[in-house]
Design a protein around this ligand. Structure first.
Ligand code: GRF
Length: 197
């Protein structure tokens, strides 16, 4: 069986991408590309691992960007696409074409705190526990079938930065575990649901 091909999507520092890159040989998968929507620090991590990069900047006409993303993803023939801090919503055409092969990690216990400010919103809500969720991507925002979640306690003196970093510690572990389970068919996606083998 050929080595599973994984494509990462990132828009930021890329520490989750780096966690996967560090494990790719040991876990038996290959990150064949990093796609970003701008010149972001994650690109430097890709260079360090000699992983090809594709920058697909947002265009004034959204449909042009959508098409560029679709063509770029198709050209890479991924077995799995991992959105790890990618701050763009993917076009439904992409979500449909890669359904079951497209996962996202969200820094909250979905369905709580969807959207781009989950950590800030959890702090503002005054909850004492938040966490991270890895899920298959559907046409909604952070709403796809949940694969796994890990809780993270919010400490009284937490700032958004301290809380988010503590969440990321768990995300890096959970994301590697989840990718490994998917490529080894311990987790499958069927008709919108997660099947654990
Ligand atoms: C992660 O917390 C992820 O859940 C969120 O963006 C963050 C990405 O972190 N969507 P990094 O850029 O990989 O460090």
């Amino acid at each position: 069986m050929s080595t599973p091909r994984i494509v990462l999507l990132a828009s930021g520092t890329g520490s989750l991408f780096e966690a996967l890159a560090n494990e790719q040989e040991a876990k038996g998968f290959k990150i064949v590309a990093l796609i970003t929507d701008a010149h972001v620090p994650a690109l430097e991590i890709a260079q360090r691992f000699e992983i090809p990069t594709f920058i697909v900047p947002m265009t004034p006409e959204r449909s042009v960007w959508d098409e560029s993303m679709l063509m770029t993803l198709r050209s890479l023939h991924p077995d799995l696409v991992v959105s790890a801090g990618f701050m763009r919503i993917l076009d439904p055409k992409i979500v449909d074409e890669f359904e079951g092969k497209l996962i996202n990690t969200h820094p909250a216990l979905s369905p709580e705190f969807p959207g781009a400010h989950a950590v800030r919103d959890a702090l503002a809500a005054g909850v004492t526990v938040t966490g991270t969720t890895v899920h298959f991507v559907d046409a909604g925002v952070d709403t796809g079938a949940i694969i796994d979640q890990v809780s993270v306690e919010i400490l009284p003196d937490d700032t958004q930065a301290s809380l988010h970093e503590r969440i990321k510690v768990q995300e890096r572990i959970l994301l590697v575990e989840t990718v490994e389970k998917i490529i080894s068919n311990k987790i499958k996606y069927e008709n919108g649901s997660v099947i654990t083998q």
